[in-house]
Every structure is written in structure tokens, then in C-alpha cells.
Design a protein around this ligand. Structure first.
Ligand code: MCN
Length: 785
């Protein structure tokens, strides 16, 4: 089953409208919450008058930050704080679910109105009187540290949260000082908004009789959410059950803790009735986490031949108004750790400054730190090739870490265990016809159109993360995974996992592993995720970790089932367990034709008629936890060919080729779909998506899909995607590396590389994402004037 392109088991229900999302769940006597949000980016709350609102029809309650404070509701917890280079912990100002005295971004929750219907709650909001004293706002991380007039948090002078560093500053500086060549880039990684099909949705259902809470939420991380809500509400974790049913896309931003989760849970507890909230699309833009938003300066030192000698990177990461759940770790632990990329650069120094601004908090979104690292390195590689008159592929090949260098420890920490980076690039170039590109360019140049080819290579830290390492870097949580396999007496299998499926196809791929290991057919295997009341404690789905970490836990649990089955079979067939072979769902005595089927073993395990109780426990039910030994270092190469129309600045994507090394592939079709999805998001970032704020007042200018351009199918080319399985992950039992984000990591850098290749002959040397037609048209005009 492993390696088979089995069709997704879950698609029937989704394609026939039988998915069950939080909003599909009806609960008796449920009330509706409407969140009143700040219209200002930065303001003091001067007064809140709820008197008229509470009298409105259908209103059950109006609560503010003061009410939460009176109930001792705690602040939202950052799950991975980081330490600054001076050894001090980062500044961690409190983030309250409902603002208490000050507003720090447009859309921040100020009050909640709970009413019998949503319309009644919304109508009542018109009667809520909130006084604000507007303050000057700061939205751009480049100015936030300098604007002494604008201070977001008293505890964060110059709006700085942390300055983290990695590597050897002296060595990198020296390399740049003495090198034959030094190239420099300044790049801005544009801010993105999520935009899943299903907006965030929550139902809180508190049971006073038992002091228990059921929280249904469109989340990627049910166990994290249970812990975080328990912390805020001061409840025992065991009294909370989080259920994440079908979730219509998460992309990382639904893997974090949001104010609405504790607001709804607490309101349900206070009112003694279920309370529900679902974000409108407009509200999603104002309340969902955003991502990226880096400003980076980097220098690469090279010798005469083009060998990389040293790298210095300085990045400003815009954290937004507060530190989100993993908001500090993404630019520090994840992004900065990948700045060696696939290259053998002996001296590297990276400094990342996390800055507060009056914008929505930033956190993980598909790729999370890795597209940013890829962009910096690939811009430098291209620039170096041009400066030295070398071919862009050649300079990369020259500097790549080779398979014989593995395991390879980079000078900034991570150790890659496997990968053949030159082979991956060469396959992608061959597939794209890179060697013939110049003749294609010459042919087209007669028409005036500007043709370019771009390439980008990357390594990514999927399979997040060894708990010990994350703990050493400050994480307040472990990153293991768990699996529980329950075989019933007819041989049917139910698998409970700590991960969560919100589009990735887990119901199929995890079933393939079980089928492969136990020899049970797919229809007899059910995968259950997303319910803390049923599944063992897990970390959740993000960081392309479910297969590498959750799949490994499952593999270990399956081995336990096989082993117990062998002992049972040995007893029944009166032989030693060592003589039992297990294959294709049968337990056979080696060298004989005596065998028992998996179903027979299961039946006997539950009837327990034949076993001496001192030697055997009845049942066939095993679980395993798995903590990865290292990240699973997936890698890939992207090549794209484009044409730019000089009269309009429009980019046509003519072809897109990717080769990915994700180790052992469980389901090639699902993986291809994952890569396509990631590519769509990466191309969205480079071509059109941009979350922008008014520099003067901090208003979100891209607050709807009329202003925030989401790519459509017609904007995207056909993708040619290949998988290379020659370098399996060496430290997990499946050999699998993650694939869920890879498309989004390489695509922005590949397209920038292609567009710069097309425009370089005109003298255009720098363009920042998104590469909109207007931006290109202006650059072309300016270059020709
Ligand atoms: N897979 C496989 N062989 C491998 C690796 C993975 O067959 N060697 C399969 C897996 O079994 C799984 C899928 O590919 O069905 C993705 O696996 P993995 O790379 O482990 O990623 P996760 O399942 O942990 O998913 C998280 C990842 C991330 S971080 C984002 S963001 C993302 C993504 O996946 N969000 C998605 N893909 C998404 N796809 C959809 N439809 N919706 C989202 O919100």
C-alpha cells in the first residue's frame, strides 16, 4: 500500500456536501456571539457603556475585558518564547482575549454580545458606546524601533520584542571583508492573509453539572487548544474536550490560539448555555493571523571562482501587535535556522529582530519561515552569478552540499541527514529544458516580449520537531505525536491520532500505512483525529509533520499489534513466536502451511478462551508515542519560465517544473495535490497577494477579497511535478519527509528569479513582491526612460 496512488477515501463526503464543519453542528438552546472590534489601530479605551445594549431584544449578555479581568481570565500564552542574544527572555506583554485598556490593532476584540440570534447580537452592537482616544499608529517594522512617539507596550522599549542571533559574527564579517566579491540584497517578504474556504468557527458548551466544557473549533491543534483554553480559564485540562470536526483548510493560521476561543468558552460557562461564533469573511481579514512581513539585508562573500565564503543576514520580523502562539519562533528558531540552505557556506551570521507594530499578529502560514529563508539565499545566488558572469545553475551546483557530505552540520546549527541537492536541481533543469532556454528567448525577443527563466532550490525543516531541541530553544510544549490502534473482534481497525486532517488526505494515507503493516484492507480501517476526548495526546498538524512524526507513531503502534498477534498466533499454533511470520494479513508458522488470519487472531484476542491469563492480556489494542530525533529535511528545486508583456507588465507563467525529495512517498497522488496547493499559495504570494495597512493610521487596506488578490485556477500554469525517492529520511521508520508546504517555499523565489532574468537586460535590478503588472510596467517604463 505504501507508494500506491489510492484515491482519497474522504472525498466522497466532501464532494457530495456531506462534510460536517463546526457551522453544520446544531446544538439545542445555543446562543450567538458577536464580537465588537476596534475601528482604530492604536487607541486608549476611555469608556464602555453597555446599558443600552443589554436592553436590546434577545440579548443575554454583553461582556468586556473588565468582566474577563473580574473573573481572573488569564492572558493568551505564547507557546514558544525565545531568548535574546543578550541572554534575556523576549518581551512578552500580556495579550488579553478582550482588550482591557488599550487597542493595538484594527479589529482587536473589545466586547462580546451574546444574543438569541446573530442578527440580534449585531443589531445590539449599534447601541454599544465605546469611547476611544486614538493614538498614532506604527505599522512598518523598519520605523517601529525608531518612532519614539509610538510605544505599543510599556515593557517593550523601541517596540522591540527580541534580537536573536545564530552563527559566528566575526567569521562572517571577516569573510565579507576579505572576499574577492561581495553581493548584497535588500528584500521585503510581503505580508499574507490566510483565506481558507471555511472561516474560523467555535461552539463552546459548558456543562455546569459536571464542570466540563466541550469546545468545537475549526482548529488544526485540538490538544494545544485544550491546554491553552484551560490555562486561560483556570480549568483542569481533563475537564475540557476539544472537538475539531471537518475543517475547511487551515494553512497554519488555524493552528494557533485565538481570542474568540476563550471568549466563547468563558461566555458559555458564565451564561450556562452553549455559545457559538463564526467569523464573517470580512471579520476573518480583521482577526485571522497574518504572516511573513520580513525586511532583510544580506551579504554574500565569494572567492574568485564563485565559492561561497561567508554570509551575513539581518532581518526585521514584524510580529504585529502581540506575540502570537508561535509568532516569535517562526522568524527565530525556524527561519534563521535554515539560512545555510543547501549551500556549503563556512561562515554564517544571522540576526533577527522581532518588532511590535499596530498590525494583526503574525504567525505560521504555509511555509512559515522557510519561503523567507529560500528567498534570501536564492536572491543572493542569482545576484552572485550575475556579478561573476556565471550561469545561475552552475553557481548553485558549485556551492551545494553533496550527498557524500551527509550528515552535514551547518555552521548555524541544524544537521541535515540526507539529500542529493545537485541531482534534484539537475532533474528540474532537464525537465524544464533549461539548456535550450536561450534559443527560446531569442525567438521571442523579436516580438518584444521579455522572456525569463527562474530557479530556486531549498531545504526545509519538515516534521517539526525534536521536543528536546525545541525545549532547548524555549518551547513550552513538546512536539511528539501519538497513535492508538484498536482492532475489534472482527478484525476491523480504528486508528486514533493526535494529528488533524483539514485537507491533507490523512484518512487515506494513514490507512495505507495500517493496511501495509497489518494486512487489513482499506475499507476496514477508520482514521479518527481531532477529538481530545477520543485520541491520545498529540501536538497537531502544522510544519508538515503529520506523516514524518504522526505516521512514525502509527508505524510503532502497528508494530506492537503485529508483535502481539505473533505471540497469540504462536500460542494458538503451539510454536515459538520467533517462528511466526506475518505477511499479507496472515500469521504463518515458518516453513509450514499452517497459518491464522488477522481476523482469527483478533477474534481469539477478544474471546480470550485460549490464553493463560498470567501470560496474556486480552484484546488487540496498542498505542505509541513518537518523538522525532531530528527534523525531516525535505528539499526541492523549482524552475519556471515566464514572459512579461512590456506594454502591460503582465507576467505569463508558461511552465512550472518541480522536483521534490520528500523521502519515501506514501501516496504520490495526494503528495502531488499537496505540492500543487503549495505552489498556488507561493505563486499567490509572488504575483498578487499583499496584506497592507495605511501607514498613517494603521487601517487594513486589504480587508476583503476585492482588495486582497487571491489567485484563481486561471492564474496558474500546469505544473510538472516529480518526486525523487532516492534519499529517504534516515531517522524515522517510514523514511518519510514532509511535503505539505514545499510548493509554497520555492515558488516565490523561482518566479522572482525568472522575472529578474527577463527584466535584467533593461537594467532592472531589484523588485519587491508582489510582482503586480503595475509594478513591472512602472519598472520597465522607468528603465527605458
Ligand atoms: N504524505 C505522503 N508521503 C510523504 C509525506 C506526506 O504521502 N512522504 C502525505 C501525508 O500522508 C498527508 C499529506 O501528504 O496526507 C501531507 O503530509 P505532511 O507533509 O506530513 O503535512 P501535514 O499532513 O502535517 O499537513 C500540514 C501541511 C501544512 S504545514 C500546511 S500549512 C498545509 C498543508 O499541509 N495546509 C493545508 N497542506 C494543506 N492542504 C490542504 N488541503 N489544506 C490545508 O489547510
Amino acid at each position: 500500500m505504501i507508494g500506491d496512488s489510492v484515491l482519497r477515501k474522504e472525498d466522497y463526503k466532501f464532494l457530495t456536501g456531506r462534510g460536517r464543519y463546526v457551522s453544520d453542528i446544531n446544538i439545542d438552546k445555543v446562543r450567538h456571539a458577536y464580537i465588537v472590534r476596534s475601528p482604530f489601530a492604536h487607541a486608549k479605551i476611555t469608556n464602555v457603556d453597555i446599558r443600552k445594549t443589554v436592553c436590546c431584544a434577545g440579548v443575554a449578555a454583553v461582556y468586556t475585558g473588565a468582566d474577563m479581568a473580574a473573573d481572573n481570565i488569564g492572558p493568551m500564552l505564547c507557546m514558544w518564547p525565545v531568548t535574546s542574544m543578550d541572554g534575556k527572555p523576549m518581551v512578552e506583554p500580556p495579550r488579553w482575549a478582550l482588550a482591557r485598556d488599550k487597542i493595538r490593532h484594527v479589529g482587536e476584540a473589545v466586547a462580546v454580545i451574546v444574543a438569541d440570534t446573530l442578527d440580534q447580537a449585531m443589531d445590539a452592537a449599534d447601541h454599544l458606546d465605546i469611547g476611544y482616544e486614538e493614538l498614532a499608529a506604527s505599522v512598518d517594522s523598519r520605523y517601529a524601533q525608531k518612532s519614539d512617539q509610538i510605544q505599543l507596550h510599556d515593557s517593550a522599549p523601541e517596540n522591540r520584542c527580541f534580537i536573536c542571533s545564530r552563527g559566528d559574527q566575526q567569521a562572517a564579517e571577516l569573510a565579507c571583508k576579505n572576499a574577492a566579491h561581495v553581493v548584497e540584497v535588500k528584500t521585503a517578504n510581503n505580508r499574507l492573509a490566510g483565506g481558507a474556504l471555511e472561516t474560523r468557527s467555535i461552539i463552546g458548551d459548558f456543562d455546569r453539572a459536571n464542570d466540563t466544557l466541550v469546545l468545537r473549533a475549526s482548529t488544526q491543534v485540538p490538544h494545544h487548544l485544550r491546554f491553552l483554553v484551560a490555562e486561560q480559564l483556570g480549568m483542569a485540562e481533563g475537564n475540557i474536550r476539544v472537538i475539531a470536526p471537518d475543517v475547511g483548510g487551515g494553512f497554519g493560521y488555524k493552528g494557533k490560539n485565538y481570542p474568540e476561543e476563550s471568549i466563547v468558552a468563558w461566555a458559555s460557562k458564565k451564561l450556562g448555555c452553549p455559545v457559538r461564533w463564526t467569523a464573517s469573511r470580512n471579520e476573518s481579514f480583521l482577526s485571522d493571523l497574518q504572516s511573513r512581513d520580513h525586511h532583510t539585508k544580506a551579504q554574500l562573500a565569494l572567492d574568485e571562482e564563485g565559492c561561497f565564503l561567508g554570509l551575513q543576514v539581518n532581518t526585521l520580523a514584524n510580529l504585529g501587535a502581540y506575540v502570537s502562539t508561535f509568532g516569535a519562533a517562526i522568524p527565530s528558531a525556524i527561519y534563521s535556522g535554515l539560512l545555510a540552505g543547501i549551500y556549503r557556506t563556512p561562515a554564517i551570521y544571522v540576526e533577527v529582530t522581532g518588532v511590535f507594530t499596530n498590525t494583526l499578529p503574525t504567525d505560521a502560514y504555509r511555509g512559515a519561515g522557510r519561503p523567507e529563508a529560500c528567498m534570501v539565499l536564492e536572491l543572493l545566488a542569482d545576484k552572485a552569478a550575475v556579478a561573476l558572469g556565471m550561469d545561475r545553475a552552475e553557481i548553485r551546483r558549485l556551492n551545494m552540499i553533496r550527498p557524500e557530505d551527509m550528515p552535514y552540520q551547518t555552521p548555524i546549527g541544524p544537521t541535515y541527514d540526507s539529500g542529493d541537492f545537485p541531482n534534484i536541481l539537475d532533474r528540474a533543469l532537464a525537465s524544464a529544458g533549461y539548456d535550450d532556454f536561450e534559443s527560446r528567448r531569442t525567438q521571442v525577443s523579436r516580438s518584444g516580449r521579455l522572456k525569463g527563466i527562474g530557479l530556486a532550490c531549498f531545504v526545509e525543516s519538515s516534521g517539526v520537531a525534536p521536543s528536546r531541541l525545541a525545549g532547548a530553544l524555549g518551547a513550552r510544549t513538546g512536539f511528539y505525536e501519538s497513535a492508538h490502534i484498536r482492532v475489534d473482534q472482527s478484525g476491523g481497525v480504528k486508528v486514533y491520532l493526535g494529528t488533524h486532517n483539514h485537507g491533507q488526505g490523512h484518512a487515506t494515507t494513514f490507512a495505507q500505512i495500517v493496511s501495509d503493516r497489518l494486512g487489513v484492507t482499506l475499507p476496514n480501517i477508520e482514521i479518527i483525529e481531532g477529538d481530545t476526548g477520543l485520541t491520545p495526546v498529540g501536538t497537531g498538524t502544522f510544519g508538515s509533520r503529520s506523516m514524518a512524526v504522526g505516521g512514525s507513531a502509527l508505524d510503532f503502534a502497528a508494530r506492537k499489534i503485529v508483535e502481539k498477534g505473533k505471540r497469540l498466533a504462536a500460542h494458538l499454533m503451539e510454536t515459538a513466536a520467533a517462528d511466526i511470520e506475518h505477511a499479507s494479513g496472515h500469521y504463518k508458522v515458518s516453513g509450514t502451511d499452517r497459518s491464522l488470519s488477522f481476523e482469527e487472531i483478533a477474534r481469539s484476542a477478544y474471546s480470550a478462551h485460549n490464553y493463560p491469563p498470567e501470560d496474556f492480556e486480552p484484546g488487540l489494542d496498542e498505542s505509541a508515542f513518537y518523538d522525532p530525533k531530528n527534523f525531516a529535511y525535505s528539499n526541492g528545486a523549482h524552475v519556471c519560465e515566464i514572459e512579461v508583456d512590456p506594454d502591460t507588465g503582465k507576467i505569463d507563467l508558461l511552465g512550472y517544473w518541480v522536483v521534490d525529495d520528500i523521502g519515501t512517498v506514501i501516496n504520490p497522488t495526494i503528495v502531488e495535490g499537496q505540492i500543487h496547493g503549495g505552489l498556488a499559495q507561493g505563486l499567490g504570494q509572488v504575483l498578487m497577494e499583499n496584506a497592507i495597512y495605511d501607514l498613517d493610521n494603521g487601517q487594513l487596506l486589504s480587508g476583503s477579497f476585492m482588495d486582497y488578490a487571491m489567485p484563481l485556477a486561471e492564474d496558474l500554469p500546469d505544473f510538472t511535478s516529480e518526486l525523487d525517492q532516492s534519499q529517504p529520511c534516515t531517522h524515522n521508520p517510514l523514511g518519510a519527509k514532509g511535503c505539505g508546504e514545499s510548493g509554497a517555499i520555492g515558488a516565490p523565489a523561482a518566479v522572482v528569479s525568472a522575472v529578474m532574468d527577463a527584466l535584467r537586460p533593461l537594467g532592472v535590478t531589484e523588485l519587491q513582491m508582489p510582482l503586480t503588472p503595475q509594478k513591472l510596467w512602472r519598472a520597465i517604463k522607468e528603465a527605458s526612460e
